[in-house]
Design a protein around this ligand. Sequence first.
Ligand SMILES: [Zn+2]
Ligand SMILES: [Zn+2]
Length: 327
Amino acid sequence: MRAMILEKLRDPLEWTELADRHPGRGEIRVKVLACGVCRTDLHVVDGELPNPQLPIIPGHEIVGRIDLVGEGVDGLAVGQRVGIPWLGHTCGVCPYCTGHRENLCDRPLFTGYTRDGGFATAAVADARFAFPLGEEGSDVALAPLLCAGLIGWRSLVIAGEGRNIGLYGFGAAAHIITQVARWQGRSVFAFTRPGDTTTQLFARGLGATWAGASDEMPPEALDTAIIFATAGALVPLALKAVRKGGRVVCAGIHMSDMPSFPYGLLWEERQLVSVANLTRQDGLDFLGMAPRIGIVTRTTSYPLTQANQALADLRAGRFEGAAVLQP
Ligand SMILES: [Zn+2]
Ligand SMILES: [Zn+2]
């Protein structure tokens, strides 16, 4: 197999030939068909997440076809198309696992961060954390659903049922979640970097009621807001934009420091919460619903060997929607 490997933090990924891997007990091996590029991959490469496992193959939005099945795997077979997400393994016995909050497991493994991911021609995964994808939809179109879609979905659920929903940072996750929220009959208010009229236009094209700069106040108070961008400075802005009793959800795994802000922004029972990882139930709920919603992902494809270019373009905001690598 071949892979784009991160040997040293902040270095470019290296195209490397590796010995073929074989699935252990409870594992599957897939031939990678497509793998999305997520902002979390940038955080891994940049060393912004604690205790990185090096060397590592990044990539946790894997669409693959099973070509080997290890011992003791139930319900998956060679030839099946599956999705492999960020949550790669949980212990099953800690209080979080047994309390239906496996996203907070004490001893988890994360695909592309603490176990090898999908910037490769093949990947081995814990079979219990692979989602059957069926044959509907192209490999590239489905890849962004595996993280941008899933984490976006979990964030949307945690944001609650308010009608007016604000999305701060309009990248891969927001472009999917806008379609879900519209399908649910909600109004979406999209916030982008000041001056980014291209992305604002993109948001309106997907059904956003309003799109503007993140330092603007929306025309109506928000019931709830999700911050997908990594700038901590957005937190007080979002709190200011939500009504009394409203909620602000931080969806990212990493954020720059939040500036201090007057308590008045949080007062009146506004809530500020974060979302971490996903549970398998999130995956089943969201992937089961996605075909009914008719989500159309905007993707930019790159050959796997151009993973560094894809990461650089993501960092610079050079495309709308999501980048996807293809071996
Ligand atoms: Zn656990
Ligand atoms: Zn991700």
